[in-house]
Design a protein around this ligand. Structure first.
Ligand code: AR6
Length: 169
């Protein structure tokens, strides 16, 4: 049974087997959670991302996919980088957002991780509406069949926390 928990705060301060990064396809850093993870996690994470880009991810990580690296100086064993879709009002990209959660958990299962901390993927720079993002995140995790025992959503502000809390009932 996977327990779903909620925390309000900075994901880079969490202790977990896996901290998930809301990255972009380049894997070479950015703002938001991505910037914070690389800042606090130190250069080992970026070094491994560069090796992935020089190897089998030469064209970058596609939207909806996930890949693991070291967690560097974070209090975690791995960072799993996933690329959320940019919100579109005209195209339904919810399958890609669900895929981020599913693929991250599949990768975590392969690693043997027990605890996974997720940010609210795509709800910042990529502008996904928070309530809808919370619905997709909770539904996808609940139906994923993962062996992870705790999935922790780490929400940056009260608005995000309330949106996820409403979905968990
Ligand atoms: N801990 C937890 N949540 C955070 C933190 C933090 N330290 N910082 C921000 N958030 P975003 P995206 C929240 O923009 O929308 C980057 O430049 C934030 O309030 O980080 O998937 C990447 O390189 C929001 O609710 O990710 C990509 O280019 C949520 O995390 C692009 O942004 C996600 O916001 C990805 O955009």
């Amino acid at each position: 049974m996977t327990g779903i928990t909620l925390v309000q705060g900075d994901i880079t301060r969490q202790s977990a087997d896996v901290i998930v990064n809301a990255a972009n396809s380049s894997l070479l850093g950015g703002g938001g959670v991505d910037g914070a993870i690389h800042r606090r996690g130190g250069p080992a994470i970026l070094a491994e991302c560069r090796r992935l880009r020089a190897g089998h991810l030469g064209k970058g990580l596609p939207t909806g996919r996930a890949v693991a690296t070291t967690a560097g100086d974070l209090d975690a064993r791995w960072v799993i980088h996933t690329v959320g879709p940019v919100w579109s009002a005209t195209e339904d990209r919810s399958g890609l957002l669900a895929s981020c959660y599913r693929e991250s958990l599949r990768t975590a299962d392969e690693l043997g991780a027990r605890t996974v901390a997720f940010p609210a993927i795509s709800t910042g720079v990529y502008r996904w509406p928070m309530d809808d993002a919370a619905r997709i995140a909770v539904e996808t995790v609940a139906t994923s069949g993962t062996s992870v025992t705790e999935v922790r959503f780490v929400l940056f502000d009260a608005r995000a926390y309330e949106a996820f809390a409403a979905r968990l009932g």
